[in-house]
Design a protein around this ligand. Structure first.
Ligand SMILES: NC(=O)c1ccc[n+]([C@@H]2O[C@H](COP(=O)([O-])OP(=O)(O)OC[C@H]3O[C@@H](n4cnc5c(N)ncnc54)[C@H](O)[C@@H]3O)[C@@H](O)[C@H]2O)c1
Length: 228
């Protein structure tokens, strides 16, 4: 999804910094090359979102525009239905450190912050304990940061995006997305570009009065079709 965000934001002009964990540099540089081939401007900035020093280094030039907090993981622990005695704080913290701590560390002097949550942050379920808890918390932090940053004199808008279904892979995630797509009115999944369109809107002046808001998106009517 991050790739689609970078390509769509780059089409709007300006410089798009693309971040991921340092070991993903090759993939990151490929996206940068793609943007340059389109005539756009992009740079690779390695960033492990769980590390405060890495955030400081990543934003060291002091020019902060728009941030999309997109980093996320589903761990094997999350994919299973853990019994109470199997709950592992260390495994749980793998999810929360990226999706809660990581986003929290990123809440700085940006003009617009877009937190990528998920439907797992709107409902409960079996398994996905760390993932779902993190996405619920991300929605909560969106609401509080939308008030906290301006109260501290920082002109930042903070919104969150929820309920995405965008994968067509052959793995278990792809199967789950297909099942969800079959439950919606349009009977198909959205591609990442659809989500990227929303990120571009939330980054723009066109959404300048939206803050602390949640955008339910990429559902193809799933919500209206009473699947929650
Ligand atoms: N794909 C979907 O249908 C869907 C649905 C709901 C929500 N989301 C959310 O959208 C976001 C993107 O999902 P995706 O499907 O593109 O997943 P993805 O796995 O392709 O991308 C997630 C990226 O986060 C990066 N990442 C992991 N840990 C990191 C860290 N510590 N620091 C920096 N980067 C880190 C990964 O390397 C990866 O490139 C996630 O937050 C996910 O929870 C996706």
């Amino acid at each position: 999804m991050g790739r689609a965000f970078v390509l769509s934001l780059a089409k709007e002009g300006g410089l798009v910094a693309l971040s991921d964990i340092p070991t993903r540099e090759k993939e990151g540089q490929e996206v940068v090359s793609h943007v340059e081939a389109m005539g756009g401007k992009s740079i690779w900035v390695p960033l492990d979102v769980t590390k405060e020093e890495a955030w400081k280094a990543a934003v060291s030039d002091g020019v902060l525009g728009v941030l999309a907090n997109n980093a996320g993981i589903v761990t094997p622990y999350d994919a299973t239905a853990v019994q109470p005695e199997q709950i592992s704080l260390a495994e749980f913290h793998k999810s929360t450190s990226i999706m809660i701590d990581g986003a929290l560390l990123g809440h700085k002097e940006w003009s617009s912050i877009v937190n990528i949550s998920a439907k797992a942050g709107m409902v409960g379920g079996v398994g996905t304990l760390g993932y779902g808890t993190s996405k619920w918390a991300l929605r909560g932090s969106t609401k509080y940061m939308a008030g906290t940053l301006p109260a501290a004199g920082i002109r930042a808008r903070v919104n969150s995006v929820l309920g995405l279904v965008d994968q067509n892979s052959d793995d278990v995630i792809g199967e789950m997305c297909n099942a969800l797509a079959n439950m919606n009115y349009l009977k198909r999944s959205a591609g990442p570009e659809k989500v990227a369109n929303l990120v571009v809107y939330l980054a723009s002046d066109g959404s300048s009065f939206s803050t602390g808001s949640e955008f339910w998106w990429m559902e193809g009517g799933n919500d209206s079709a009473s699947c929650r």
